[in-house]
Design a protein around this ligand. Structure first.
Ligand SMILES: C=CC1=C(C)c2cc3[nH]c(cc4nc(cc5[nH]c(cc1n2)c(C)c5CCC(=O)O)C(CCC(=O)O)=C4C)c(C)c3C=C
Ligand SMILES: [Fe+2]
Length: 391
């Protein structure tokens, strides 16, 4: 296993089921790592109180780091594991991933503003609460959190096993606040990947920032040392939005209308007026009637960098179907995850523009919301959150 620790996670491509994504490196894995097929995302609150909070959190983060590194390498959460320890004691691993390969598992760790409040550490501006947006239907029970762990893998059992074991280790210090399973990644994050489709049936992630665009990532994703705080230099912010999609209403909408709302063609993913998915978007191009081919209120126009003074984000979302709603509808949608250098200067103007004018909003509802700071990657021997807690 020694070799995998040395490489950076940034350029790793997903491979066969045995593929291992390096846990340590300049950046945390799971950000520009080519998006895996499955997600298990969990937000936790620190339940420990009083003067021991900081020590309890440090102790847990050290244990989590050891377990996370083991599991991303395809090992059990702790030595002994599911069956090879004292049979009179609970096993140190829950066992459901026994015999399964690593499946490109990545575990990405984030810190919420409320944890900093509890520790008496000032929040960086990027961890300010998001403002309410028009038409928000945010459920506090699906929002916020002191800490988050994003588990991505090409096998759902591997992702769920990792989250379950980390949650279990946190007993007494943390408790799950909310969690989300996802499938069918809705964003390609590398030029090596094909673009998947969201539950409206459209290719999603075509015009995303990509791992190969180092300058774009430096400009839009990584927090520079000059911006502070020091513990986040080289890290990033994660914005999560649970977006319910009213697929039944969408499915009764004409193809022309679906494409007009999106600004792209459903089959090829090309911008309206073009034939190839990756044709650069020309927002000024006229349609047959002389008005812009891509409507003034189309999703891709409103979310585009040219509409937002150059703002871009790295999207890394997943589809979800959480059963049905009891009223004959699928409880389905997009678990939107995006990484950026400053949520206030990137996500806030982008979502404000969409909430105000995007006609897609008639078919969707934002029901959960959270922002986390994701510190940079770990050097050998370092633990999750060390730059914050010992900086
Ligand atoms: C605040 C940011 C965004 C939210 C929320 C969001 C929700 C959302 N998006 C789709 C479907 C598509 N989005 C597409 C492009 C796109 N979306 C955003 C941002 C948010 N989307 C951006 C920045 C872009 C790129 C814009 C550009 O410059 O071209 C596309 C087109 C394909 C692509 O480029 O990815 C689709 C399709 C849904 C269904 C949704 C909420 C459920
Ligand atoms: Fe979008």
């Amino acid at each position: 296993a020694g070799g995998y620790l040395a490489a950076s996670s940034e350029s790793e491509a997903p491979g066969p089921a045995e593929a291992v994504v390096p846990f340590r490196g300049v950046r945390q894995a799971g950000i520009v790592t080519p998006a895996q097929d499955r997600l298990h995302f969990v937000a936790l609150d620190v339940t420990a109180t009083g003067p021991i909070v900081r020590a309890a959190v440090v102790a847990l983060l050290k244990r989590w780091t050891t377990a996370a590194e083991r599991m991303t390498a395809g090992a059990e959460a702790a030595p002994g594991g599911a069956v090879n320890r004292n049979p009179a004691a609970p096993p140190t691993d829950t066992g459901e991933a026994l015999g399964l390969p690593a499946a490109s598992l990545t575990l990405t760790f984030g810190i919420g503003g409320t944890l900093l409040d509890k520790l008496g550490i000032p929040r960086p501006p990027g961890l300010a609460d998001l403002p309410p947006f028009q038409r928000d239907q945010i459920d506090p029970a699906l929002s916020g959190g002191d800490l988050c762990i994003q588990a991505c893998a090409d096998d759902p059992q591997v992702a769920v096993h990792a989250v379950r074991n980390l949650v279990r280790m946190g007993f007494g210090t943390t408790a799950v606040r909310w969690s989300q399973l996802g499938f069918g990644r809705t964003s390609s994050t590398s030029t090596t990947q094909q673009t998947h489709r969201n539950l409206f049936g459209f290719k999603d992630g075509t015009n995303n920032l990509k791992a190969e665009d180092a300058a774009g990532l430096d400009e839009h994703v990584w927090v520079p040392a000059s911006e502070g705080p020091a513990w986040l230099a080289g890290g990033t912010y994660l914005v999560a939005r649970r977006i319910r999609m009213h697929v039944e209403t969408w499915d009764r909408t004409s193809l022309t209308e679906q494409e007009s709302l999106t600004g792209r063609l459903k089959g090829s993913g090309a911008p309206i007026g073009a034939t190839d998915e990756f044709t650069p978007v020309d927002l000024a191009a006229p349609g047959p009637d002389g008005t812009p081919a891509i409507a003034e209120d189309a999703h891709i126009r409103l979310a585009s960098a040219s509409n937002l003074g150059g703002v871009k984000i790295l999207r890394r979302g997943y589809n979800f179907v959480d059963g049905s709603d009891g009223a004959g509808h699928l409880n389905a949608g997009l678990f939107f995850v995006a990484f950026m250098r400053d949520p206030q200067r990137q996500f806030v103007p982008m979502q404000s523009a969409l909430a105000r004018r995007d006609r897609l909003m008639e078919y969707i509802e934002h029901t959960g919301s959270a922002v986390f700071a994701c510190p940079p990657g770990l050097a050998d021997g370092a633990y999750w959150g060390q730059s914050l807690l010992e900086g």
